[in-house]
Design a protein around this ligand. Structure first.
Ligand code: GGG
Length: 350
């Protein structure tokens, strides 16, 4: 029996509902595939912050380092500023563990209606640079409250950071549809974005089978709405990748089904798996949350841990429940989180 130590942070809002739902499925899958998934729960997040003044304990990253993977729900609460919640938990984890790639599949699922008229299936892989770019704490604010109040925030692109994101994206494209689109804005952002373009072009030259198109992000956003099925792999900076993946999931039907993997591709550190959605405080505690994004992130975690058959078993189970017409409110269904989860568990056993 293969053992894996997995850190679980359900976090805020609907994370408290979708993480237990996905864990039930992972436990069932583990039993059927002779895996010993050892989950350690950490009650970190905004409630922890309100009690302790920080999102995780001082040695939180050291505790996480003892695990092979991290399974996260959501971060964010109306009672805690984003500067505290996101930058006190998720961003330090991504950085400390060199999770420099954020993989976000954007895919149509049978049973999840896309708002687009077209029936063309969508299957895009968004590769988001995850450690630098626009997500930088370098900057500040001066003259607070005065008419000339000003704010500055630096964007940081490094040759290493952009190059490794481009290589990862190109290698994914190479094993998929061989088309790679790089999101840029080099007509408006005239220092960092041309640098991004240059490094991406240089990296992708090593993959002659891959066709690279550099597309201005405004046009790319419009095309993602109008003809998303024409895209294969998209590589984007931290901010642009975050925006495009939310847009992509809306185009496929619901952000509630979108998964993500924050990867340290070398495997030197734990990788983190989380749905794309946030804590959704407006529906938290109501049993309305869609657990599919969390379950799919769980399937990506199984794949990453070297268990493709177990991953595919879980994936097939929730996809077939959706195909049968069951779903939560966001995908046009009437099931509660627990009803949908019960149906997935029954399908896993079938
Ligand atoms: N599911 C994780 C979560 O709560 N994410 C909230 C969020 O705002 N993430 C921003 C990001 O991924 O950069």
């Amino acid at each position: 029996m293969t053992t894996h130590k997995i850190a679980v942070i359900a976090g805020d809002g609907i994370g408290q509902e979708v993480v237990p739902a996905a864990l039930e499925c992972l436990e069932r899958i583990a039993r059927l595939h002779s895996l010993d998934l050892q989950f350690t729960h950490f009650d970190w997040g905004s409630d922890y912050y309100l009690r302790h003044g920080r999102m995780m304990p001082e040695d939180g990253l050291e505790q996480l380092a003892r695990h092979e993977a991290i399974f996260l729900g959501a971060v964010g609460s109306p009672q805690v500023s984003d500067a505290e919640s996101l930058w006190g938990l998720l961003i330090p984890i991504r950085r400390e563990f060199q999770q420099y790639i954020n993989v976000r599949p954007v895919k149509t699922l049978d049973g999840v209606k896309s708002p687009l008229a077209s029936k063309e299936p969508i299957d895009i892989l968004i590769v988001r640079e995850n450690n630098e770019g626009e997500y930088s704490e370098i900057g500040g604010r001066i003259y607070r409250g005065q008419p000339h109040e000003s704010a500055v925030q630096e964007t940081i692109f490094t040759r290493l950071g952009v190059s490794r994101a481009a290589h990862y994206a190109a290698s994914q494209a190479s094993s998929r549809g061989r088309r790679l689109t790089s999101a840029t804005k080099s007509n408006g952002i005239i220092h960092t974005m041309p640098f991004w373009d240059e490094i991406v072009e240089e990296a992708v030259r090593l993959y002659p089978e891959v066709t690279l198109t550099s597309e201005l992000v405004d046009a790319l956003a419009a095309h993602l709405v109008l003809k998303p099925w024409t895209y294969d792999v998209i590589v984007a900076s931290n901010l642009l990748g975050d925006i495009l993946s939310d847009l992509g999931s809306a185009v496929t039907g619901s952000i509630g089904v979108a998964p993500s993997a924050n990867l340290n591709p070398e495997g030197d550190f734990p990788s983190l798996f989380e749905p794309v959605h946030g804590s959704a405080p407006d529906i938290a505690g109501m049993g309305l949350a869609n657990p599919v994004g969390q379950m799919w992130s769980g399937a990506m975690m199984l794949e990453h841990l070297g268990h493709p058959e177990a991953a595919s078993h879980l994936q097939t189970a929730f996809e077939s429940v959706l195909r049968e017409g069951l779903g939560t409110r966001d995908v046009g269904g009437t099931s509660s989180t627990s009803e949908f989860t019960a149906a997935v568990l029954a399908t896993i056993d079938a």
